[in-house]
Design a protein around this ligand. Structure first.
Ligand code: GDP
Length: 454
C-alpha cells in the first residue's frame, strides 16, 4: 500500500485531516498548537483509492522556534518510505515564514508533494489559497478537513502519484486472500497424539474403517509414509471432506515395538505435530488428565498448532459429567496460551462423538488460518488503547503506534511502538487477550511480537 505523509506547521489542521481520511470521529484535536497525539498511522481511503496515511502532528515541539529542525529530522525519516506528501497550510491564516521554510525544504526532497490549503470553507480563505501558489509546489487543493469539503479533490491530486501502487497493492491483497482460501481447500492435516493406550490406533481404525491401517503394505514403510488420505463424510454439511491423517501409533504397532522404535515413535509424534494443522490430544476417560497430557498440549500450542482435546473411552466413563468438567477446568488452568480448548467426549469403540470432533477440527483450522481485515484490526487496536492506555513509567509515555497481522497459521501480530522495553508484561497480556477474545482467536495459539521501527 502506498504511504502518504501529512506535513505542515502546527495548528494547520493536520490531525483533523488525518482523522477525516481514516474516517474516524474527530479525536484529540485542539485549537492549541502542539497538542500531542498517539495515533499517527491509519488506513485511508478516498473514492476507492487506498493508502496508509501518517500524521506528523505529534512530532511538533511545544516551542515553535525550535520546530523546523526538530520536525525536519523526524519527518525526514518517514519521508524516506513515503510515496507522497500532503503539505498542509492554513488558508485562513495565510502563509507564514515557517510554511515557506517547510516548502523550501520539501522542494529539495524527492517525494512528490500535494499542496493542501486547509480551512478553505468560505471567502476568508480565498486570499490564502491564491497566496499559496507562491510556494512553488503547484496548484493548491482547497479543502476543509473539519467540514469534509474538498476531500474528493485530494483524489485528483494523489491518484497520478500513488494510483499505480495502490492498484498493485490491491491486487496483491486479493492474491493473498486467495492463498488463504487455498490453504483451506486442501486436506485437513490432522494428527492424533496421546499417551500409550489412550486409544489412538483404535480411533484411527474406527475413522478409516475397520483395520485399514493393519492391512496396508508392510514393505517400504518409512517414517515419512505415515500419512493417510481419506474422505470423511461431514454429516453437518453432507459433504465429503478430505483429511490427511498422520498416524504415529499405527506405525509403531505394525513395526512391533522394540525399545529403539519406541524412541523413534516419540520423535514421530513430534514430527506429526510439525506436519499437522490440527492436533487432537486423546485422553483416556478411565485415567483422566495427567501432567504428561498437559505437557503434550502445551507443546502443541508452543509449536503454533491448533489443539483439540478428546476424551476417549466415553462408553466406559464413570461420573461422566464431573469428569468432563474437571478436565475442562484443568485445561483452562493449565493452558494459558488459549482461552478454552475445544473439548469432546468420544468413543473410538462405538464411534460416538467422532464426527462432532472432526467438524470442530475443520472449524478451528479456519480460525487458525484467518486473516483479520486491516480496518477491523486497527479499530480494535484503537479501542483497546483508548480503553486502557499504555502506562508511562517514569512519566514517559510508551507509544504503541499500530498493529499488523504478519501471518496466519498460526496468526501472528506485530505491534509497532517505541520504548517497548518498558512495556509491562501485563500490558502485553492485555493485548494478547484482547486479540483472542475480540478478534475470534479464542482457541488458537496467537503470537504477538513488539517491534520498534528502525
Ligand atoms: P494407543 O496406544 O493410543 O494406540 O491405544 P490403542 O488404540 O491400542 O487402545 C488401547 C486399549 O484401549 C485397547 O485395548 C482398546 O481396545 C481400548 N480402547 C480404545 N478406545 C476405546 C474406547 O473408546 N472404549 C473402550 N471401552 N475401549 C477403548
Amino acid at each position: 500500500k502506498p504511504t502518504v505523509i501529512i506535513i505542515g506547521r502546527p495548528n494547520v489542521g493536520k490531525s483533523t485531516l488525518f482523522n477525516r481520511l481514516v474516517g474516524k470521529k474527530l479525536a484529540l484535536v485542539d485549537d492549541q498548537p502542539g497538542v500531542t497525539r498517539d495515533r499517527r498511522m491509519g488506513d485511508a481511503e478516498i473514492a476507492g483509492l487506498e493508502f496508509t496515511v501518517v500524521d506528523t502532528a505529534g512530532w511538533e515541539d511545544e516551542d515553535a522556534e525550535s520546530l523546523p529542525g526538530r520536525m525536519r529530522k523526524q519527518t525526514e525519516v518517514s519521508l524516506e518510505g513515503a510515496d507522497a506528501a500532503l503539505f498542509v497550510i492554513d488558508a485562513r491564516a495565510g502563509l507564514t515564514p515557517l510554511d515557506e521554510e517547510i516548502a523550501r525544504w520539501l522542494r529539495s526532497e524527492e517525494v512528490p508533494v500535494v499542496l493542501v490549503a486547509n480551512k478553505a470553507e468560505g471567502k476568508a480563505a480565498e486570499a490564502g489559497i491564491l497566496e499559496s501558489y507562491s510556494l512553488g509546489l503547484g496548484e493548491p487543493l482547497g479543502v476543509s478537513a473539519e467540514h469534509g469539503e474538498g476531500i474528493a479533490d485530494l483524489f485528483t491530486g494523489l491518484w497520478p502519484i500513488i494510483g499505480a501502487k495502490a492498484e498493485a497493492a490491491e491486487k496483491a491483497a486479493e492474491i493473498e486472500a486467495e492463498l488463504d482460501e487455498e490453504d483451506l481447500s486442501g486436506p485437513l492435516k490432522l494428527a492424533i497424539v496421546g499417551r500409550p493406550n489412550a486409544g489412538k490406533s483404535t480411533l484411527i481404525n474406527r475413522m478409516l474403517g475397520e483395520d485399514r491401517l493393519l492391512t496396508g503394505p508392510e514393505a517400504g514403510i518409512t517414517r515419512d509414509s505415515i500419512a493417510v488420505d481419506w474422505e470423511w463424510h461431514d454429516p453437518k454439511t453432507d459433504e465429503m471432506r478430505e483429511i490427511r491423517l498422520i498416524d504415529t501409533a499405527g506405525m509403531r504397532k505394525r513395526a512391533k515395538v522394540t525399545e529403539k522404535l519406541e524412541k523413534l515413535s516419540v520423535a514421530d509424534a513430534r514430527r506429526a505435530i510439525d506436519f499437522a494443522e490440527v492436533v487432537v490430544l486423546l485422553l483416556d476417560a478411565t485415567k483422566g488428565l495427567e501432567h504428561q497430557d498437559l505437557k503434550i498440549a502445551s507443546q502443541v500450542l508452543e509449536e503454533g498448532r491448533a489443539l483439540i482435546v478428546a476424551i476417549n473411552k466415553w462408553d466406559i466413563a464413570e461420573n461422566a459429567s464431573s469428569l468432563f468438567n474437571g478436565i475442562r477446568e484443568a485445561l483452562n488452568e493449565g493452558l494459558s496460551q488459549v482461552r478454552g480448548v475445544p473439548l469432546f467426549a468420544v468413543s473410538a469403540k462405538t464411534g460416538k462423538g467422532i464426527d462432532t470432533m472432526l467438524s470442530a477440527a475443520f472449524e478451528i483450522r479456519e480460525a487458525w488460518s484467518r486473516r483479520v481485515p486491516t480496518a477491523a484490526l486497527n479499530r480494535w487496536f484503537d479501542d483497546a488503547l483508548a480503553a486502557n492506555p499504555p502506562p508511562a513509567p517514569g512519566g514517559r509515555r510508551i507509544k504503541l503506534r499500530y498493529i499488523t497481522q504478519a501471518s496466519t497459521r498460526p496468526p501472528r501480530f506485530v505491534v509497532f511502538g517505541t520504548r517497548l522495553d518498558d512495556l509491562p508484561k501485563s500490558y502485553e497480556r492485555y493485548l494478547v487477550n484482547g486479540i483472542r477474545a475480540k478478534l475470534g482467536f479464542d482457541a488458537v495459539p496467537v503470537r504477538v511480537v513488539l517491534k520498534s521501527p528502525k
